[in-house]
Design a protein around this ligand. Structure first.
Ligand code: SF4
Length: 453
């Protein structure tokens, strides 16, 4: 851990040797990574760099990586492997690996992938220009993976890439140490941003035409800054003139703040939608995961959320096949899914992650066949529930925000309801960023179909 305050840290290259290089930046993984890529873009633009849409035009390739899921790992490995050939043809090319894989794998990445010139962890993005410069001039393979107790990039406004929803990181790191998760080791200890900075960033987004912001944190319940907690922050952001919708992700079921429910219920700009990660419905597995709640406590929390915010939309994350999970224990998870009837769920097979407590202590002993079957069955069940939930909305009138054109038919819009469900409808007069009142006329497990009212 670094105890050096950001103001004292080196802030990048003193200047380029020649023209600033053209950068191609590719992001893998979660929304926090997307946000971090926007920060890195600002840091490099401040140093005069331009960004190339295609790799063919770039002199530096940056990969902002994710260490959470095996599928993300494998995609990134395949990409880094393929770069060996490209680098032989383009010897001046610089390749940097940013994000969670850097502190997770450290030198192993440099040893395994000769094409990688430097690695840089989530708390060292101010060093990216210097790392690029070092690779270009000294042909040196740099490693900046130190975690900080202070870095929140408070003075850096992200370079936004889309104009409807703006992501705002309100905190960094996590102190919860769920045994399956690498985040506390790759993103370090929890740090909260000053609410004034978050409100300022919201105002800036409104001035750019954004209608919605989503506040991001690994566990927003722990947000604290001087006297302010997360409910205070949500209220303040929801009151910024011009902001129409505020969402957040993710809270932890362990210490979900009751005060937040009241604030959501009372403030119309705060969306009635909560992503509440369950992970497992079995008490023994929850304990092994270090989640600090039981099945009955999770169900009680859902009841109190629904009492305070009638009609609230709930989504979740679930892991199937955590070490030693039996069929009966998996059935407890199915039972919670049946009782809660989430609107949607991200359901994954457990996969070992380097550096986690689970990998150190327990064998990955649930067979691949059992994991796949549990995921397939649960996804099927969740789809049935999502479809039933969606069908029950047919005939209702909802306010939706247009995000872009529909993937299937470019004469139709892809929009989002307050519950964060995709709603597809046609309106030749509308534009991206517009709100419309629509009547729901059809449903699939993932989408609502609508007509303009
Ligand atoms: S709360 Fe648990 S799962 Fe979420 S980031 Fe922290 S350690 Fe990982």
């Amino acid at each position: 851990m670094s105890n050096v305050e950001p103001a004292m840290k080196q802030t990048g290259s003193p200047g380029w040797d020649g023209a600033p290089p053209k950068i191609h930046l590719q992001t893998f993984g979660c929304q926090m990574n997307e946000y971090d890529s926007e920060l890195v873009t600002t840091i490099l633009k401040r140093k005069g760099c331009e960004f190339a849409a295609s790799e063919d035009d770039a002199e530096v390739f940056l990969f902002n990586t994710c260490a959470i899921r095996e599928t993300a790992h494998n995609r990134i490995y395949a990409r880094l492997d393929a770069l060996k050939t490209i680098k032989r043809k383009r010897p001046g090319l610089v390749v940097g690996v940013l994000g969670c894989m850097a502190p997770n794998l450290k030198e192993e990445l440099l040893l395994r992938f000769p094409a990688v010139d430097f690695i840089c962890g989530p708390d060292s993005y101010r060093e990216v220009p210097a790392l690029i410069q070092r690779s270009r001039t000294l042909h040196d393979r740099g490693t900046e993976v130190e975690l900080s107790e202070y870095e929140t990039y408070e003075d850096i406004l992200p370079t936004r890439v889309e104009g409807v929803n703006g992501w705002i990181a309100i905190m960094r790191g996590c102190d919860n140490f769920c045994t399956f998760c690498v985040v506390p080791y790759t993103r370090g200890r929890e740090r909260s941003r000053d609410p004034k900075g978050v409100v300022q960033e919201t105002k800036q987004l409104v001035s750019l035409g954004y209608k919605q912001v989503t506040l991001l944190g690994q566990n927003v319940n722990s947000y604290r800054h001087e006297g302010s907690d997360f409910a205070d922050l949500m209220k303040a952001v929801g009151q910024v003139p011009g902001i129409e919708r505020v969402r957040f992700t993710s809270p932890h079921p362990m210490d979900f703040p009751t005060k937040l429910l009241g604030v959501i219920a009372e403030n119309p700009t705060l969306c009635s939608q909560i992503h509440l990660p369950l992970q497992s419905g079995n008490d023994r597995i929850l304990k092994k995961m270090n989640r600090n709640y039981r099945k009955d406590e999770f169900l009680d929390l859902v009841s109190s959320i629904r009492e305070t915010i009638p009609g609230v939309s709930l989504s979740t994350d679930i892991i199937c096949g955590f070490p030693t999970e039996t069929e009966e224990e998996y059935e407890d998870t199915v039972d919670v899914v049946n009782q809660v009837r989430f609107d949607s769920a991200y359901i994954f097979k457990y996969s070992e992650r380097k550096g986690t407590v689970a990998k150190k202590l327990w064998a990955d002993d649930v067979s691949e066949e059992a994991k796949s079957r549990r995921v397939t069955d649960l996804v099927r069940r969740q789809k049935e529930i999502s479809l039933e939930n969606h069908r029950s909305q047919i005939g209702s009138v909802q306010r939706v925000l247009i995000e872009g054109t529909s993937r299937k038919d470019d004469r139709e819009w892809r929009s989002r309801s307050e519950a964060n469900t995709i709603v597809v409808f046609a309106d030749p007069e509308a534009r991206v960023g517009d709100f419309r009142q629509v009547k729901i006329v059809g449903a699939t497990p993932n989408t609502l179909l609508a007509e303009l009212t």
